[in-house]
Design a protein. Structure first.
Length: 187
């Protein structure tokens, strides 16, 4: 058993008969009263996000997880298919376990969190940033870069994002996979 002092981003725990992952946390020590930890927890079974406050020193049941590197192969009606890079075993995973599956590129190296005791996949973590090619967008305009003017664009996975107006078809861009935000153009 761990306590609230062990809480950090990415920690997996049993809470309310489910497995949750800590998305955000904040240790708060008010002037009056006892300290507490304010957390945002995401269920790894249904994706629901809940806010919870733990009193300082509260015992939490930590779930032991293993991170394994897989390569994304393809998706079909049965789910998303991945291959273990060490054993070459293939596994199909439901879309609900993947945050922003629209940014999953064939051949991408991703991490799958496995429950160490039960050997079941809990969630899939995409790389923080990924480079995509713009496949469709309106022609760019020159000179209007003083403001944050954006336009819609489609990337190679079919997802639609917002990019600055100077981006053209065929350009490669760096995208933050968690939010879908444009970061920079890649040469």
């Amino acid at each position: 058993m761990a306590s609230t002092s062990d809480i950090k981003n990415g920690l997996c725990m049993n809470y309310n008969h489910d497995v949750y992952k800590v998305v955000e946390f904040l240790h708060v020590k008010p002037g009056k009263g006892p300290a507490f930890v304010r957390t945002k927890l995401k269920s790894l079974t249904n994706g629901k996000v809940v806010d919870n406050t733990f009193p300082a020193g509260h015992k939490i049941d930590v779930v032991r997880v293993e991170r394994r590197i897989f390569q994304f192969l393809y998706s079909d009606d049965t789910g998303f298919h991945f291959m273990n890079n060490e054993t070459y075993d293939q596994v199909a995973i439901e879309e609900k376990l993947i945050d922003n599956s629209k940014f999953l590129k064939e051949g991408a190296q991703i991490e799958i969190l496995y429950h160490a005791d039960k050997e079941i996949p809990l969630s899939i973590e995409l790389p923080q940033y990924e480079i995509f090619e713009i496949t469709q967008t309106d022609p760019g305009a020159k000179g209007n870069t003083a403001t944050n003017v954006t336009k819609p664009a489609k990337i190679e996975t079919g997802a639609e994002i917002k990019v600055p107006i100077f981006i053209n078809e065929g350009d490669k861009v760096k995208i933050e996979t968690a939010t879908g935000n444009y970061i920079e153009r890649v040469k």
